[in-house]
Design a protein. Structure first.
Length: 367
């Protein structure tokens, strides 16, 4: 049962991976934090593909990020399947195969675990709490309740109320639709490129007893086709029984220019913490959440500038994000080419370059 207090050191809007990670590290630092979330149950409804790299893979992808094992403590009950291979599939259907250690999550269980982890450190949560406005240190809910905090963090995704009120920076939003489908789909992660997903990609991520299958597109490249029809055509190739349908959007412009304005911070999707070249967001948001949480503690206890959050993000993730933005820009141009050219481009000679694009490394260096 949440206490009746209304004044906090920190308020976090949004209890997803980014928000819960901020709350965990703020609480670990001895500060009081309240997480407000508009959903009845955090983690529902499902809104993504559920794939994350293993901790070892994260160390390879993000070598400047310290203490990965402390940050990413995925419990076994939140893991549906461990994968060891990724297939990048052109329109021809002949994949380029790569070793890739990934975890297919039970996303609801994963997010619930992050909530419990933050609570174990002392964080408090209030669900079904829909934020109306944020004014200075005051957060007003739609039901009339008000809370105050010295620091307020926006972790509410692309429609976060702080982002809407205090930031006017626009981000490219790629709409996505996906299904959970029953069946046996092997153990390899698949990313599909070409006209079946204009300007984006389609995916098949296997899970225990099924798969998460979906499509993300840039509408300006869709030539009048709707996302619904594109998704229906792609998932129809797999022929299983659909037991869940979902959708959402991904910010694919990379991080915005600044994360801090006054006593307000953005983290996760609201700050654009998604790698444009591959859509990875869960672990990236948690990296940002830890940096934000630790910076907030240092600010409240020692007077450290909140802008240290931005500096530390750039130190840990700057090169990865820059490479990912470049790969996305080049890839968006390449993916507009006719399917037959893409089929020629995906070949054994280009295989190392293609992988560098996807894994956010400088694409034109082999070693």
């Amino acid at each position: 049962m949440m206490s009746q207090r209304t004044d906090w050191d920190v308020i976090v809007i949004g209890g997803g991976p980014a928000g819960s990670t901020v709350a965990r590290y703020v609480s670990e630092g001895g500060q009081d934090v309240l997480v407000l979330d508009g959903r009845d149950s955090i983690g529902s409804p499902l809104q993504c593909g559920e794939l994350v790299p293993s901790n070892d893979e994260m160390r390879r992808l993000c070598p400047a990020v310290p203490d990965i094992d402390d940050l990413l403590q995925t419990p076994e009950h939140a893991i549906s399947l461990r994968t060891s291979e990724m297939h990048l599939v052109p329109p021809s259907g002949r994949p380029l195969r790569y070793p890739f250690e990934g975890l297919m999550l039970n996303r609801v269980a994963h997010d619930e675990w992050l909530v419990e982890l933050a609570k174990s450190k002392g964080a408090e949560y209030l669900t079904n709490a829909r934020v109306d406005t944020v004014d200075g240190e005051i957060v007003s809910l739609r039901d009339g309740r008000e809370f105050s905090a010295r620091i307020i963090v926006g972790a509410g995704g692309h429609s976060d109320p702080i982002r809407r009120s205090y930031w006017d920076e626009k981000s490219l939003q790629i709409p996505v639709k996906f299904v959970l489908m029953d069946g046996d789909y092997g153990g390899a992660v698949e990313l599909h490129f070409g006209s079946m997903a204009p300007g984006g990609y389609a995916w098949m991520f296997p899970k225990e007893g099924g798969a998460n299958i979906g499509v993300g597109i840039q509408r300006k490249f869709a030539k009048g086709r709707s996302l619904n029809s594109i998704t229906k055509e792609f998932i129809g190739k797999y022929g299983g029984v659909v037991n869940f349908s979902g959708g959402g959007s991904l910010p694919m412009s990379g991080t915005i220019d600044c994360f801090v304005k006054g006593n307000h911070l953005l983290v996760g999707d609201s700050a654009g913490m998604v790698l444009p070249s591959n859509g990875a967001g869960i672990t990236i948001a948690m990296i940002g959440g830890r940096i934000a949480g630790q910076t907030i503690v240092s600010h409240l206890q020692n007077g450290t500038s909140l802008h240290e959050y931005e500096y530390e993000w750039k130190r840990q993730m700057g090169s990865v994000m820059r490479n990912s933005k470049l790969s996305f820009k080049v890839g968006s141009w390449i993916m507009r080419l006719p399917d037959w050219i893409l089929n020629l481009a995906f070949n054994p000679l280009t295989k190392p370059f293609v992988w560098r694009f996807v894994t956010c490394r400088k694409p034109f260096i082999i070693f």
